[in-house]
Design a protein around this ligand. Structure first.
Ligand SMILES: [Zn+2]
Length: 696
């Protein structure tokens, strides 16, 4: 229920998953060997051929820093966006493919070992002949269960069963750290149960949304037909699902409303919840999910659950069965015969604009990573992440932390009591780098080569039960929300921790052979970003122990909000497509973290350079000063080509701004950037002083 891939609402509320749109990789360029000369070779640091020197860096730094790269690297057919993270993704995927294929070829792995499970899982996933031959047979026991439901009680039992298998029907439920008492776990229930990405898609009527809805209806009908329904019946069933989902959508909160952690924390006793939602039978639900010992639960969106209760009361059992059957088919489609996976792809195409499906091995690698990520992540780490790299990364984080402490201390608008709390929070920050100290124990999970779908269902249930077992236990601080090869990072407010998987600590973003400016501009920028999430509009509401508790004086809070609002207005004004504007409210936390991160890390780099060169000259590489390379490195990390469909989708759903604005948005406020490139007042990259945001 909790892994990041299926987090849904909870992710929007608590985890700042920070890389933005996910990479969907291809053929890669291997890094060349470094040479300790003034001119860094390709692959270490920056490739000068990527720059478009016909553009003035003070006019458009996005084009100057990467114009040639953007021209020469169109989005491949199977992807929806493309950037250097995808190129790194290709390299990672090649390495993981070798690990998985070796494991699959090994028929002598000790039964029950991680190696056996990884090998068998991947082998079964790749055996499309067996999957196609089996047809719907592996799903039949589940379909039969839904078909056998005759009354409301049996329907509730089936909802519990499908929640246990993580099909996300009607809502989401899971065990997580209690945001107002982070020394304990608590059951949390949040809105969910939709197929379209969020509520807006059900009600908007613009041409783009209509196109997505047409694809949604076609998808519904096609899966029902593939299950055996006549076209007319499939059409009726599709309409039923859309009607029920539209009811849920209407009661759902918007992505912006979900960013308010206080509003989405509503503690209720189980008895009160039982009384308020009788048709849902909260007590029975908890008992069925092995959460019966819970006395209190957190309801994210109480009004949404009023509607769930009403849906259960007013919709007929046959219609609700149709809704459940849909989510069963949809959730299993990737593990069903080829026509099911193709139908899923056609629907996703409408959302992302991808021209063709990614290769099966890439898709199955992603599923293996989601399912058994810490089992084969260990093999990845052995090959891709050294203790030296870990030490170097930790040193960078510590330098950035020291710079953040200075920024807090020298802040001109914050009062002493708020500063003291801020420093306390910074000092209490936990840092996880590379991979978990304690690996997840998969020993009770059974994986075989018999059926891919059976493996998927077994793993989902295993994960639900593992998570349920947390309730009443002490907090496990060793857990990771991302797997080691992941090219991403996160800040988790209730744990007050920043987490950097080994997958992101790779060239060109992190390279012990590159100069400091490159590392501080790229992975350093990410480290600063995650660290300062603890002090963005959302993260600042959590204290040093991760508790959702207001530690700001009213005047300081008002001042912060006023300064953050300047950033909000700046991003509202960014318009990548006709009539499409970035949503400054939705992207507020990410934009603040980019801005604060770059500011703080710049300070850390200055200290590092001072240490290395004293007051002596600082060498240029490729004709650029360290300060210039710092900003070029940041821009390299963020550069991105993206399809218009995916761009619209990102703006509607993603709390991260598009790459172009993540690149230039913070720089336009930074006097450090202006000085590095000698830009003049009036240049496009330089905001007039009165319009600049100043926070840290
Ligand atoms: Zn972030």
């Amino acid at each position: 229920m909790k892994n990041l891939a299926s987090l849904g609402v909870a992710a929007a509320l608590t985890l700042a998953n920070c890389a933005g749109t996910k990479p969907a990789p291809v053929a890669s360029t291997a890094p060349a060997a470094p040479a300790p000369t003034e001119s860094y070779p390709k692959g270490v640091g920056l490739d000068m051929a990527d720059l478009d020197r016909t553009v003035n860096p003070c006019d458009d730094f996005f084009q100057f820093s990467g114009g040639n790269w953007l021209r020469n690297n169109p989005v491949p057919g199977y992807a929806s966006s493309w950037g250097p993270r995808n190129l790194l993704g290709n390299r990672t995927q090649d390495l993981l493919r070798k690990i998985l294929e070796d494991a699959a070829a090994n028929r002598n792995a000790p039964p029950g070992s991680n190696l056996q499970k990884v090998g068998d899982f991947y082998a079964a996933a790749m055996d499309t002949a067996a999957i196609d031959r089996a047809g719907l047979a592996p799903l039949k026991p589940e379909l039969d269960r839904v078909a056998a439901v005759r009354d409301a009680a049996a329907l509730r039992a089936e909802i519990i069963h499908l929640q246990d298998l993580d099909f996300g029907v009607l809502f989401r439920i899971g065990v997580d750290v209690d945001e107002k008492n982070t020394s304990q776990y608590v059951v949390q229930m949040n809105q969910g149960g939709l197929t379209l990405p969020n509520r807006e898609f059900y009600f908007k009527t613009d041409a783009r949304t209509e196109k997505v809805k047409t694809a949604y209806r076609a998808y519904l009908q096609e899966l029902f037909r593939l299950q055996g329904a006549a076209p007319a019946v499939a059409q009726l069933d599709a309409a039923t699902v859309e009607r029920i989902e539209t009811r849920l959508a209407k009661a759902s909160r918007t992505p912006v409303e979900l960013r308010d952690p206080q509003a989405n924390y509503n503690q209720m006793t189980v008895a009160a919840a039982q009384k308020r939602y009788p048709a849902l039978d909260v007590k029975g639900l908890l008992a069925g999910l092995q959460l019966g010992k819970a006395q209190e639960i957190i309801i994210g969106q109480p009004a949404f659950f009023d509607e769930v209760n009403a849906v259960l009361k007013t919709e007929s059992t046959p219609d609700l069965k149709t809704y459940l059957r849909w989510h069963l088919l949809r959730g299993a489609a990737a593990a069903l015969p080829t026509p099911f996976a193709e139908a899923s792809f056609r629907y996703n195409q409408a959302l992302t604009g991808a021209k063709q499906q990614a290769s099966r091995w890439k898709r199955m690698q992603a599923v293996t990573d989601q399912t058994l990520g810490e089992a084969f992540g260990q093999l990845y780490v052995d090959q891709a992440f050294s203790p030296e790299a870990k030490a170097k990364a930790l040193e960078m984080v510590n330098n950035i932390k020291a710079s953040m402490a200075e920024h807090i201390q020298t802040n001109t608008w914050m009062s002493a009591p708020t500063k003291a709390e801020a420093l306390k929070k910074l000092n209490a920050l936990r840092v996880k780098i590379g991979y978990p100290d304690v690996w997840k124990d998969y020993s009770t999970l059974k994986i075989t080569r018999e059926s891919y779908l059976k493996n998927v269902l077994a793993a989902r249930q295993w994960e639900s039960r593992r998570e349920a077992a947390h309730l009443g236990q002490p907090i496990d601080r060793n857990e990771w929300g991302m797997t080691p090869p992941t090219i991403n990072a996160y800040y988790n407010p209730p744990m007050n921790e920043i987490v950097f998987p080994a997958g992101y600590l790779q060239p060109p973003f992190f390279d012990p052979k590159a100069d400091d400016a490159i590392n501080y501009g790229a992975i350093g920028g990410v480290m600063g970003h995650e660290m300062t999430h603890g002090f963005d509009d959302q993260g600042r509401q959590y204290d040093s122990e991760g508790n959702l508790r207001d530690w700001w004086t009213p005047a300081d809070a008002a001042e912060f909000t006023k300064r953050a609002a300047v950033v909000g207005r700046q991003y509202d004004a960014f318009s990548p497509l006709d009539s499409v504007h970035v949503n400054g409210q939705l992207t507020m936390g990410e934009n603040l973290a980019d801005f604060a991160g770059l500011t703080v890390v710049y300070g850390a780099l200055q200290k590092q350079l001072q240490q290395r060169y004293g007051n002596g000259p600082r060498p240029k590489f490729d004709g650029f000063t360290p300060e210039q390379r710092y900003f070029l490195s940041w821009a390299q990390l963020r550069r991105q080509n993206i399809r218009p469909e995916a761009l619209r989708q990102q703006i509607a759903t993603d709390p991260h701004s598009p790459g172009q604005y993540r690149t230039i948005g913070p720089l336009m406020n930074m006097p450090q950037f202006q000085a590095a490139f000698g830009c003049k007042e009036g240049d496009k990259m330089i905001r007039p002083a009165a319009q600049r945001a100043v926070i840290w």
